[in-house]
Design a protein around this ligand. Structure first.
Ligand code: SF4
Length: 481
């Protein structure tokens, strides 16, 4: 928290929220109002955000949310690169989620890594009527024939699987024995829960039950860590990992961007878990702490301020050598970061940013914008829980409008009323704002750019924000006639 807007501004912003919600029928407006909070000094200090979250979306309001399958297959399991993930059910879910999340991975696709494939049981009517278990067995056998280097199979349930009474757990057990590799059933049918979030939890539990602690690993060192909740979007995990290695740590597990089944299986041997995405993987960190006594801590590698804070906090878990290394690495990279700030800050200073991203970045990227002199005036999550908002509110300025699961209408109305200079959200939002003449950056896919994590990422982040805001295209939106 830093600059305080005056009381009038906080009140004005509350009024703007009220005006936006007036467009809804009374019951909806009343419910949606509970999903808003305008940050004030006491709440920022104490981190006590009262906003309502992690509840059902209202019908027919164009929520930006996805489903449990997206949270499990799309987010957690999909990036584990040397396994084949079956989208089990009709063809749609796997097709739409095919190759759309940029969780980068090294390897030869279709040979020893399989992340960009769409593998599906392609349910037909007869599978709905007679059940899909036999078909699933056949597919598992086919997978081992076609992809002999696959290390395991996960079965990602789409909506019908849980509705027609299929027993994918029994198939998993039978096939694991027959094929001598893990065949892991995941009950992430999209009707479960209210968003992607329960999919994360279900997926974490499936990793816990089927992979965690199963691997052998003797060659341990006192500096072994896991990077948890890192999905390597546009190479983010790699841009983070080099810093951790530069300070002398050894990453034995990447969960799950560019991660392998073996890494996850030996992760219980680490000395510390460093957690980037708290929302999607806090569950497995808690499990590892309870089961193996491995401590965990959160970190934030967006922008030089947060990176330096995080490197120091991580190093504090180790000896003086690591702490000294951290200072040396920060000093070296800060000099480069200062040059980036010197170049871009004059072009971005004072620009008003509106964010809406899944469960982490709408809070985690605030520091990077502030490093460039930009002001996040409104932000919120699709599927954050109470603890995410409590974390986020500590990082916002007084007067920031915080929303949960905002509807498309609310976002558009707010963007207009707040005089926003830049919107950062997802692909469903992007083109609407372009047409409104408001600069936009995709904050899930990085608009096919990135990485944004780490010092290398910050250079790209600053360049991209400048490119979006200061593009000459915005002067051409209105006809001169
Ligand atoms: S809600 Fe059901 S049908 Fe839709 S994407 Fe999710 S699993 Fe597939």
């Amino acid at each position: 928290m830093s600059t305080a807007m005056d009381k009038l501004t906080v009140e004005t912003r509350k009024k703007i929220v009220q005006e936006v919600l007036e467009a809804f029928p009374e019951k909806t407006a009343k419910d949606r109002a509970k999903h808003y909070e305008v940050a004030e000094a006491p709440t920022i200090e104490t981190g006590k955000c009262a906003l309502k979250s992690n509840t059902k979306s209202r019908p027919g309001v164009m929520t930006a949310r996805g489903c449990s399958y997206a949270g499990s297959k799309g987010v957690v399991w999909g990036p584990i690169k040397d396994m084949v993930h079956i989208s089990h059910g009709p063809v749609g879910c796997g097709q739409y989620s095919w190759g759309t999340r940029r969780n980068y991975a090294n390897g030869t696709q279709g040979v020893d890594v399989f992340g960009v494939l769409q593998v599906t049981s392609d349910f037909q009517e007869r599978d709905i009527v007679f059940g899909g278990d036999k078909k699933l067995e056949t597919i598992c056998r086919e997978i081992t024939n076609i992809f002999p280097l696959a290390k395991g199979i996960s079965v990602q349930s789409e909506c019908p699987v849980g509705l027609i009474g299929d027993d994918i757990e029994a198939v998993g057990k039978k096939m694991a024995k027959e094929l001598a590799m893990p065949v892991i059933p995941v009950r992430c049918e999209g009707f479960r829960g209210v968003s992607q979030s329960l999919g994360h939890h279900i997926a974490n539990d499936a990793v816990r039950d089927h992979l965690l602690g199963k691997g052998e690993f003797e060659d341990t060192t006192p500096y072994d860590i896991n990077m948890i909740g890192e999905y390597n979007i546009g190479g983010d995990t790699w841009a983070s990992r080099i810093l951790l290695e530069e300070i002398g740590l050894r990453v034995i597990g990447q969960w799950a961007g560019d991660g392998t089944m073996n890494e996850l299986s030996i992760s219980h041997k680490a000395k510390l878990n460093v957690l980037h995405c708290y929302r999607s993987m806090n569950y497995i960190c808690t499990t590892m702490e309870e089961r193996y006594g491995i401590p965990w801590m959160e970190y934030n590698f967006f922008g030089p301020t947060k990176i330096a804070e995080s490197l120091r906090a991580i190093a504090a878990h180790f000896d003086d050598t690591i702490k000294e290394n951290a200072e040396r690495v920060i000093a070296k990279h800060q000099a480069e970061a200062d040059k980036v700030i010197e170049k871009y800050r004059p072009k971005l200073e004072g620009k008003k940013v509106m964010l809406m991203v899944g469960g982490l970045r709408a809070g985690h990227t605030i520091g990077a914008y502030e490093d460039l002199g930009m002001e996040v005036i409104s932000t919120g999550y699709e599927f954050g829980h109470k603890d995410d908002y409590q974390r986020m509110i500590k990082d916002v300025q007084e007067g920031t409008i915080i929303y949960d699961d905002p509807t498309a209408y609310e976002m558009e109305a707010l963007a207009e009323k707040l005089g926003t200079d830049l919107v950062g959200a997802g692909v469903k939002e992007k083109y609407v704002y372009h047409k409104m003449g408001i600069p936009f950056r995709q904050m899930h896919s990085w608009d096919y750019s990135g990485p944004y994590h780490g010092y290398d990422g910050f250079k790209i982040f600053a360049r991209d924000m400048d490119m979006a805001i200061n593009s000459p295209a915005w002067n051409l939106v209105k006809s001169p006639f």
